[in-house]
Write a protein that binds this ligand. Sequence first.
Ligand code: ATR
Length: 274
Amino acid sequence: MTDKYAVIGNPVAHSKSPQIHKLFAGQTGRDISYEAILAPLDGFAATIGRLRKEGYKGCNVTVPFKEHAFQLNIDGITISHSEDVDNAKAANTLKFSDGKIEAENTDGVGLVRDLEQNLGVDLTGKRLLLMGAGGAARGVLLPLRRALRRTDANITIANRTVDRARHLAKGTNVSICSYEELAGKSFDIVINATSSGLSDEMPPLPTDIFAPGALAYDMMYGRETPFMKFAHEQGAQVADGLGMLVEQAAESFYIWCGELPDTRLVMVKLREKA
Ligand code: ATR
C-alpha cells in the first residue's frame, strides 16, 4: 500500500518538496506519495487531524506553520519533541503513528550536512558569522553549535535588532554584535539567515567581512540575492540554500522511512530544471 506524505504551508504551491520526495522515492524504490497541501492560516491543527484520519504517515511543515507545529496540541494524542524542536521552538517534520505524533526539525541538520558534505567545508577552527535572529536563525543555531563543539569553531550572531540576537544567544557561548560592530572583523563562513533577500535588500555588512577563501551562504534559493551578489563581488565562494533544502528533506525521509537517500543526484536534477 502507498504510504502518504505531504507538505503543509500557506502559500505552498511553489514548494519543491513534492518533487524532491518523489525523486527520493524513485531512487529508494519506496511506494510513497507526497503532495503539497494548502492549509488555511487558522487551520493548521485541523489539517493535521484530517491527514491523520486519512491515514497519512507524516508531513513536512513550512511557512508560516513551523511554530504552530511546535505548539500543536490534539486531544488524545501524545506529541513528542526532539531537542532541535524545543530549541528552535519550531518543527518542520511530523511523523504520525497510533495515538502519537513525533515532531522533529531537520533544517539545522540539513544546513550542517550541506556545508560539510556537499560544499566540503571543514568547520575545524573556523570563524562563522550567522546573520539574523528570527525563525530561520533560531532553527539552525543548535545544530550549528553542535558542529562547532565538534570542530572547535566559533559563532557570532549579527542582527539589526541586537536584543533579538542577545535573546537567541542567551545561555550559550555564542557572541553577538550589531552590523556596525563587524567593522574590522572577518569570517571564514558568513550565513545569511535574514529575510532581507525577500525584499531585495542587503544586511549592512562591511566590505572586508570575508576572510581569504571564505564561503558566503544564503539560505534563500531560486535567484541571486543582494548578499550573494555582494559576496561574489568580494571574491567569496557563494552557495545558495538549495543544498540545505534537499538535505533537510533527506533527513525527513530518513525519519519516516529509515533510509537516507542520495542527495547529490537529486540536487543535479533540481539545478538542471532551475
Ligand atoms: P525568519 O523566520 O525568516 O527569520 P523573521 O522572524 O521575521 O523571519 O526574522 C527576519 C530576520 O531578518 C530578522 O533577524 C531581521 O532583523 P531584525 O530582527 O533586526 O528585524 C532580519 N532582516 C530582515 N530584513 C533585513 C535587512 N534588510 N537587513 C538586515 N536584517 C534584516
